[in-house]
Write a new protein. Structure first.
Length: 253
């Protein structure tokens, strides 16, 4: 195991097709090669100290998508960006609050986006050739008090798995937005989920302990741990890599 340290908070990481990783970190995008050298890519929120990059993922064509949130979680301060294959950055959506989990249907025709600030998972018609979004609609509205959608993933059957921050569970929704299943956790704050392991049949769930007081930590000593769930009867989709061009540039630690 190797640890690579960068000089700003990291929201999301995706593998790059030629090796290394692209990161949504700080106010934009970074590339880290296999030797740990860090290179700055597009910085769409450069100079701002009130926002940071949050969750992200690559679409089936290999573009890297990631959104922002304000440190004070101000409504409407979040923006969704797309790092295109030529290395340019495109603003796709504004007016988000806490841009979070992103995923695509198995056929690549629908994109899903969670906004923790509004408590909603939204769906969009997705044009793979251009990366354009249309036909925005609310797919899921979390009704559980204190729970909001965080990270998400999509399985081979096209169902969406959503980690519920404050809800102590990961919920599985059909492409029509109907709740299909719920996986309970012994902690309050699941943060994201992904399938991995043999045949992508294991669901891995990250959790947080940030903001929990001593009494809460006494009740849930495993807060902040990584959990795995086997024998769920479904499999996930492979992680899509970033397929864009990485230009040589000055590096930094």
């Amino acid at each position: 195991m190797e640890t690579i340290i960068v000089d700003r908070p990291v929201g999301a990481v995706a593998p790059a097709i030629g090796g290394g990783y692209v990161l949504a970190a700080g106010t934009g995008f970074l590339y880290v090669d296999d030797d740990g050298t860090v290179q700055e890519l597009a910085q769409p929120a450069a100079g701002r100290t009130d926002v940071r990059m949050n969750d992200g993922a690559c679409d089936p064509q290999g573009r890297f998508w990631a959104g922002t949130m304000a440190y004070d979680e101000a409504p409407g301060a979040g923006v969704l960006y797309r790092l295109d294959l030529d290395g340019t950055c495109t603003t796709v959506l504004t007016g988000l609050t806490i841009s979070n989990g992103i995923g695509w249907s198995p056929d690549g025709a629908t994109m899903y986006l969670a906004d923790s600030g509004t408590g909603q998972v939204e769906a969009f018609a997705f044009d793979g050739a251009t990366g354009d979004l249309s036909q925005r609609r609310t797919l899921v509205r979390i009704q559980q008090p204190g729970a909001v959608p965080d990270g998400l993933t999509v399985d081979q059957q096209g169902a969406i798995w959503v980690a519920l921050w404050g809800g102590g569970a990961v919920e599985r929704y059909g492409a029509d937005g109907l709740l299909l299943a719920r996986v309970r956790l012994p902690v309050d704050r699941p943060t994201s989920c992904a399938f991995g392991g043999a045949e992508l049949a294991t669901l891995f769930v990250t959790t947080a302990r940030a903001g929990l007081d001593e009494a809460a930590l006494d009740r849930q000593p495993h807060a902040g741990h990584l959990f795995r769930f086997d024998r769920l009867g479904v499999t996930g989709m492979p992680c899509a890599p970033y397929r864009g061009r990485i230009e040589s540039a000055a590096t930094h630690g």
